[in-house]
Design a protein around this ligand. Structure first.
Ligand SMILES: *Cc1c(COP(=O)(O)O)cnc(C)c1O
Length: 381
């Protein structure tokens, strides 16, 4: 009869090691831990924390936090309450800071999970002090000073007032955030450090933190007591003007689902934006913008398209990136490398997150945090 039993169907299923998904994202937790150790060494006597917001920059908060805790990280930063509660369950003994600060109504849960909000306004300070009265103890928190982002944080000129009104809480950290630390020679870095130092004089003995990933590498070494890298841990380049000193953490492969030969003049994809200039061999991979590969990685008059590594050769995206597919020009790929069922590399040793971002008018941070949910995810190391 025409019905195939599940058992029979499984006979044709792919081998256990080969994912059925057309994308395979491998996250190298040893490289992540090595990146943390490298940053910790650069930070010298300062402690090295880790920013794990946005699901560990898209790579999986749980796996990332376990690996970093294993490497010795004891201080984590997340963006919001829910990420903080997840972090608390994963790292019961760690110090966990919540960058949002005290969002109205969240104080009781922040306190219950022993999270430390990064407080940046008098209203938050009052809510946190009031929650402390309910809990019967002064609650811990960071005091966040705004030295130029104009996003979150107290004005440095209010530092004396903050010091007085912070008596109802238990501050554990004074912090600020660079707006341009990836540009080592931007004079704004010195200005921010000076303003931070000035605010700090009102909090003698309190630990300080201003450096994100790029801040760790600044010539001023503004490490203070705690550095808080995110991006560099995940393989992003904290020194964009120089070679990337970090190990790649995310490797993304996509599978070729179709290959065809085109004659000159035939087009590829929506609106036929790519036209074969020569007899061309093209391969379709099963990953597109729904998988976090930006549509802006499509070629434009002033910008080359994204690329994939096919059998060691760089092969450009052709036509418009679509939801589920990208077409590659594999005419120059080594013979046999571009066949149906084979895997090509979109991120890894050769193409780092910066490189993909650069060809898509975005930044590596966005590439990482938008990595799709349709991939088979594997954690290595
Ligand atoms: C995201 C963030 C960081 C980490 O920055 P990276 O550039 O990813 O290292 C540090 N501090 C604050 C306040 C942040 O928002």
């Amino acid at each position: 009869m025409g019905i195939i039993s599940p058992a029979k169907r499984s006979l044709t299923a792919p081998a256990a090691t080969e994912p059925v998904e057309t994308g395979l994202l491998t996250i190298d937790l040893s490289a992540l831990a090595a990146n943390w150790r490298m940053l910790a060494a650069l930070a010298g006597s300062a402690q090295c924390g880790a920013v794990v917001k946005a699901d560990g920059y898209g790579l999986g908060q749980a796996a990332v936090m376990r690996a970093l805790s294993g490497a010795g990280c004891k201080t984590f930063f997340v963006a919001n309450l829910l990420e903080g509660e997840t972090a608390r369950a994963l790292a019961p003994d760690a110090a966990i800071y919540v960058l949002d600060g005290v969002v109205p109504g969240c104080a009781p849960r922040l306190a219950a999970a022993e999270l430390r909000p990064c407080i940046g306004s008098f209203a938050e300070l009052e809510e946190w002090a009031a929650a402390g009265v309910t809990f019967g103890r002064k609650l811990e928190a960071a005091l966040h000073f705004d030295t130029g982002m104009n996003r979150l944080g107290f004005a440095p000129r209010d530092a004396a007032d903050v010091a007085i009104r912070a008596r109802g809480i238990a501050p554990t950290l004074i912090m600020s955030h660079f707006l341009s630390s990836q540009s080592a020679d931007d004079p704004v870095n010195d200005r921010q450090i000076a303003d931070f130092l000035a605010a700090r004089t009102h909090f003698p003995g309190l630990s300080g933190s201003i450096a994100n990933s790029s801040g760790v590498f600044l010539p001023q070494k503004p490490h203070f007591d705690l550095v808080r890298p995110g991006y560099a841990l995940y393989g992003g380049n904290p020194t964009p003007q120089a070679a990337n000193p970090m190990r790649p953490v995310a490797r993304l492969l996509a599978r070729i689902v179709s290959v065809r030969d085109l004659t000159p003049g035939e087009t590829v994809g929506y609106d036929g934006v790519w036209k074969a200039p020569r007899p061309s061999r093209v391969a379709t991979i099963g990953a597109g913008y729904a998988d976090g590969l930006p549509i802006s990685a499509t070629a434009a008059p002033d910008k080359p398209a994204g690329e994939a590594i096919v059998g060691g050769a760089r092969c450009p995206f052709i036509g418009r990136v679509s939801m589920d597919y990208i077409v590659l020009d594999v005419t120059d790929a080594p013979k046999g490398a571009a066949e149906r069922g084979q895997w090509v590399e979109l991120l890894g040793e050769t193409i780092d997150v910066e490189a993909l971002a650069g060809r898509a008018r975005t930044i590596g941070y966005e590439v990482l945090t938008r990595l799709g949910r349709r991939y088979s995810r594997r954690y290595a190391g």
